[in-house]
Design a protein around this ligand. Structure first.
Ligand code: HGA
Length: 608
């Protein structure tokens, strides 16, 4: 959340800054701003509420020339959405953009006000700017020392980039809590919250690590670690193609990402299924060998869509790998005292690998003596990957739509592969081989269900004006109902709730009337007869039902069948989420919502 982009360039900086911050808009779009030092050594700061396009419109009227600047797109945490609260924040010669939250900002604010500083915003970030100015003027020290002295006084997250107008030959960056990556150019350098913003400028990157401070000049970069020792961080070459982050023929990234799912799943499976029908993850290495296979319990921790993927896998771990499994929302896990199960192994899931709640759950878990931990993640080099004992990459490719789609189905694909691997280890060979065989068909099955888009579009027309929608599923389709409801909430703002179908009679049945459509996921499996009973219960109460199934049903008044192609039971959850993603997408499209940038949300939730 919140996007930072900064550069020190040979060419005029303005277009580079705008282009960079536009690419980070998925991280927050409450307001945006930039500051550059122009040729006369004046600071030019432009800020405005709303999308980056507003900022671009404002800038077009001006001709500003400069070679160093910072830009920011905000997802507000401290202070409402207003121009005054928009970054960059300034304290005389110090200019700051910040991603994170400063917990002790009110104490700092009072302290700095007493020293004579005037605050123009309600943000925590402005306290950083004044603190840096205060520390810089206390005694003459190097800028890295000033930053070290200041960040010792900050509690919270403070990835930031700073320009000192009195010495505009360098950007100063500090990372703690959320990511920053340096892009290496030819006699110019860049820094951003995500390499996506840098891919059209360079392929060469240096990821800053927790506690690092970087002094970035045109021709030179110096990095200092937590202890203020000068260090070298590894340079990596990215193989991500810039083209892959364009929308192409699609109207929204979410649409593109839904349709990319067969290809991303193929990529997730590639070279991981061995000739002897076993699974091999090349990146999966444990410091203590095979700990996961000897675990007697799996504790999964995640948020949002990743939490739903973990919920589905719980059914698989217990049924196929015969291993007890619990799933918990990350922020809850780290809010309570844990009584750890015997020989328990921790698995975290996150698309970005930067989800603050999941990261703090991982850190918290380290107090409790889990056998080990593993993260399932889409971003190599992310904080979760770095801080976990081991990792498996989902290989979904870059996901830009705020509502996750392909990262969910690739997480499920990895989880099912992992279940097969553990099943093999436990000599449950028959089921392991069956899973692997079935996984081969998965991309093709997703292609088949994607062809049902016209059918889903028609259903979307019927549902677009509804205020509330219920989603029901049983067994591993229950978390799919939850994920379907989440997609709809996120992008259409329709209130949607999911229930385990068996729970209906314990309360939610009271809601049923002709105004609340009920979406029921009812594939052919051992629970189908029970689901049919639930359908009858709703029908008898004049509920309006939409059944998503590969089976035939008696279609009567108020019962609509969304007939889907045949799907193997083992992979049915991965298949059934796709029509629900499409449904949410078409409903939001009918309602004219900004699908890739739903209000109040942002991708990569880097604040707790
Ligand atoms: N706390 C700062 C930055 C917010 C942020 O990083 N959000 O993800 C603000 O409210 O401006």
């Amino acid at each position: 959340m919140c996007g930072i982009f900064a550069a020190i360039t040979q060419r005029n900086i303005m277009n580079i800054l705008i282009d960079g911050i536009k690419k980070l808009e998925y991280r927050g779009y409450d307001s945006s701003g930039l500051a550059i030092i122009d040729h006369d050594n004046n600071m030019v700061r432009i800020r405005c509420i709303g999308k980056v396009d507003e900022l671009i419109r404002k800038i077009q009227k001006k001709k500003i020339l400069g070679h160093i600047g910072v830009a920011h797109t905000r997802w507000a945490t401290h202070g409402k959405i207003s121009k005054a609260n928009t970054h960059p924040h300034v304290s005389k010669n110090i200019i700051v953009v910040h991603n994170g939250t400063i917990e002790n900002y009110s104490v700092l604010r009072i302290f700095l006000q007493k020293k004579g500083y005037i605050f123009y915003s309600d943000t925590d970030t402005e306290a950083i700017a004044h603190l840096l100015h205060w520390e810089q003027n206390k005694k003459k020290e190097s800028i890295e020392q000033v930053i070290q002295n200041s960040i010792k006084q900050l509690y919270g997250n403070y990835s930031m980039v700073v320009i000192d107008k009195n010495n505009p030959t360098r950007l100063i960056a500090a990372r703690s809590g959320s990511p920053l990556v340096i892009g290496l150019g030819i006699e110019e350098n860049f820094i951003a919250s995500d390499q996506i913003a840098l891919l059209n400028l360079t392929k060469r990157f240096i990821y800053l690590e927790e506690g690092d401070i970087a002094i970035i000049k045109k021709k030179e970069i110096n990095i200092f670690n937590k202890k203020n020792f000068k260090i070298k961080r590894k340079e990596t070459i990215s193989n991500i193609k810039y083209k892959s982050i364009k929308k192409g023929k699609y109207s929204y990234y979410m649409e593109k990402e839904i349709y990319e799912q067969p290809a991303s799943i193929r990529n997730t499976l590639k070279n991981r299924v061995q000739k002897n029908n076993t699974i091999y993850f090349s990146e999966l290495q444990f410091k203590k060998k095979n700990l996961l296979y000897y675990a007697e319990h799996i504790q999964m921790v995640a948020c949002g869509t990743s939490y739903h993927a973990a919920m589905v896998s719980r059914y698989w771990f217990e049924a196929f790998a015969k291993i007890p499994c619990d799933v918990e929302i990350a922020s809850e896990f780290s809010s309570r005292k844990i009584a750890i199960r015997k020989k328990s192994f921790l698995i975290t899931l996150s698309q970005s690998g930067e989800t603050a709640d999941t990261l703090s759950a991982l850190r918290y878990s380290k107090k409790f003596g889990y056998l080990g931990n593993l993260t399932i993640c889409n971003m190599e080099g992310s904080s979760l990957v770095k801080e976990s004992d081991s990792y498996i990459l989902t290989r979904a490719g870059i996901e830009i739509g705020v509502a996750s789609t392909k990262s969910f189905t690739t997480q499920l694909t990895v989880l099912l592969m992992l279940v097969a691997q553990i099943a093999h280890f436990k000599k449950e060979n028959k089921i392991a081989e069956k899973i692997i065989e079935t996984l081969h068909i998965l991309p093709q099955r997703i292609e088949e269900v994607l062809k049902k888009n016209e059918l889903i579009k028609n259903i979307a027309k019927k549902l677009s004006n509804k205020k509330n929608i219920l989603f029901l599923g049983r067994g591993e389709q229950y978390p799919i109902a939850m994920e379907g409801a989440l997609k709809l909430k996120e992008i259409s703002y329709i209130h949607a709730e999911a229930y385990a179908a068996g729970e209906l009679k314990h309360g939610p049945l009271a809601l049923i009337d002709k105004n609340i459509p009920v979406i029921i996921i009812a594939p052919k499996n051992s629970l189908l007869e029970k689901i049919k009973k639930n359908i009858k219960e709703i029908y008898s109460r004049e509920g309006v039902i939409y059944i998503f199934s590969d089976q035939e049903f008696n279609v009567e008044k108020n019962i609509h069948l969304v007939k889907l192609p045949y799907i193997e039971e083992l992979i049915a959850p991965i298949f059934y989420i796709v029509p629900l993603q499409l449904l949410a997408y078409y409903i939001a499209l009918n309602k004219g919502k900004n699908i890739d940038q739903p209000r109040h949300l942002a991708k990569s939730v880097t604040v707790e």
